[in-house]
Design a protein around this ligand. Structure first.
Ligand SMILES: CC(C)(COP(=O)(O)OP(=O)(O)OC[C@H]1O[C@@H](n2cnc3c(N)ncnc32)[C@H](O)[C@@H]1OP(=O)(O)O)[C@@H](O)C(=O)NCCC(=O)NCCS
Length: 161
């Protein structure tokens, strides 16, 4: 059996960006109030999600990456849900509005999918409008090997085929 070591949740990366911001995959550094506020009050995909459920997805993630301003405050976040062997699902990507438009969203995604311990896996994600951004990181329409069971929330989405 081919096991990746160290496991994703033990691999810690801290990266200073030229812009003065910092990326860090230490979950202990993330300000959960910021994440909960954005995901439950602003994100179109998770509006109304309870703090309890947001924290559950946070603590159960294989990897989270936080984006920090020079004063240490949390200004962006994303997480990967993964079995750490076959697939990784990129979720809850955001940069707070006042920090957008300067490349930080791409820095965040790059750190997660290109540099992280899960980089070799099959990555999946859902997006309503940011397809072009993700295309830059190798995301594309799924191949014939992939099917989805949309569940009631997405039952009316037209299939891509
Ligand atoms: C999406 C998001 C993380 C991008 O953050 P950002 O720091 O502004 O992104 P960047 O400055 O790195 O720019 C990313 C690129 O994607 C484009 N882009 C960003 N958001 C986009 C969107 N919602 N739809 C289409 N394109 C988008 C930008 O125009 C930019 O294109 P460019 O490289 O040609 O200039 C940020 O806009 C955000 O948090 N949005 C709200 C939450 C959200 O929609 N998250 C994504 C869920 S899939």
């Amino acid at each position: 059996m081919n096991i990746t070591w160290p496991p994703a949740n033990l691999c810690r990366v801290k990266r200073e960006l030229e812009s003065g911001y910092e990326l860090d995959d230490d979950p202990g550094r993330v300000d959960l109030d910021v994440v909960v506020d954005f995901l439950s009050n602003q994100a179109y995909w998770s509006k109304g999600r309870s703090r309890e459920l947001i924290e559950k997805t946070f603590w159960e993630a294989s990897r989270v990456v936080g984006l920090y301003a020079s004063d240490g405050s949390t200004v962006g976040y994303c997480r990967a849900a993964s079995d750490e062997v076959v697939f990784a699902y990129l979720c809850d990507v955001f940069v707070l509005e006042e920090h957008r438009g300067r490349g930080l969203g791409k820095d965040l995604v790059r750190e997660m999918v290109d540099y992280g311990p899960l980089t070799e896996l099959r990555w999946l994600l859902g997006t309503a409008d940011a397809h072009d951004m993700y295309r830059e990181f190798g995301f594309r329409k799924p191949s014939f090997r992939i099917m989805e069971r949309p569940g009631p929330k997405f039952a009316d989405d037209p299939p891509s085929e």
